[in-house]
Design a protein around this ligand. Structure first.
Ligand code: PGA
Length: 251
């Protein structure tokens, strides 16, 4: 795992955007794994700017999002489809037919999960996966547990996740309690992974991730230590509980 600690959110976003731009220019047919939430919004803004400045072209790009709430329609402002359209897809020249986000209203959810993994495989897998991390160490909706799911699955959201995501909803009761999420295996099959985190509320999860020698289902992000091409880009606040020497362990 390679680690970059940037001064603040903007610097973190700039580094991540630069890495995605490099990937897209290296392979204009890249399959990108996308994430939602507050963390990647700055990165998406910079990708839109790069597109406007003609530095990147989305016309042959395919995207797969990690997750979607069950029960929400794509036009619901809290759905991840709406988030992606609003924060990225509507502003660039991606073909929306090439943007895949799990369908939270699929009739047969089990079959749908299997089909989602098959679809990713059919495009040769994900070249670059962008990930956030939950305050509890989750990635996508792989919540801390003794056993984690290998494949795309129906996830039950942790209390702490419902609480943190409630900031986007009118009330906590409106937050869906389940989601379709890529499993740990679906994520770990990506060629490259970039995980980003900012702010003090992520410091504890980052501290556990970087200071512990354990790979455990109780910290799903810890499995990323087993992947050969992971870059963690965080800001100083997210790094604030770590030992300075940790910087030299991951370079
Ligand atoms: P956030 O969510 O970017 O809104 O903090 C990250 C996550 O839960 O994976």
């Amino acid at each position: 795992m390679k680690l970059y600690v940037e001064k603040d959110y903007d610097a973190m976003s700039r580094r991540v955007a630069a890495m995605i731009i490099e990937e897209m220019n290296y392979n204009p047919r890249s399959v990108l794994g996308m994430s939602t939430g507050g963390t990647p919004m700055g990165t998406y803004e910079l990708l839109i700017k790069a597109y406007e400045e003609k530095k990147i072209d989305f016309s042959r790009i395919k995207t797969f999002n990690c997750d979607e709430y069950i029960g929400l329609h794509g036009e619901d402002p809290n759905s991840y489809r709406y988030f992606m359209n609003n924060n990225l897809f509507n502003h660039v020249n991606v073909d929306t037919r090439n943007t895949y986000i799990p369908d939270g209203r699929a009739k047969n959810l089990q079959a749908y999960c299997k089909a989602y993994d098959n679809l990713i495989e059919s495009f040769g897998g994900i070249d670059l996966q962008l990930l956030g991390i939950g305050t509890n160490g989750h990635i996508a909706f792989n919540e801390p547990a003794e056993e984690l799911s290998l494949n795309t699955f129906i996830a039950q959201l942790d209390e702490s996740t419902i609480k943190s995501n409630s900031r986007f909803f009118d009330s906590i009761e409106d937050v869906p309690t389940s989601a379709i999420s890529m499993g740990m295996g679906s994520i770990m099959k990506a060629n490259k992974i970039i995980m980003l985190a900012n702010g003090k509320n992520k410091a504890e999860a980052i501290n556990r991730l970087l200071e512990s020698e354990l790979v455990t289902g109780w910290l799903p992000a810890s499995f990323l230590h087993l992947h050969t091409d992971v870059t963690l880009v965080i800001d100083e606040e997210a790094f604030s509980l770590c030992d300075e020497r940790t910087l030299y362990k991951f370079y």
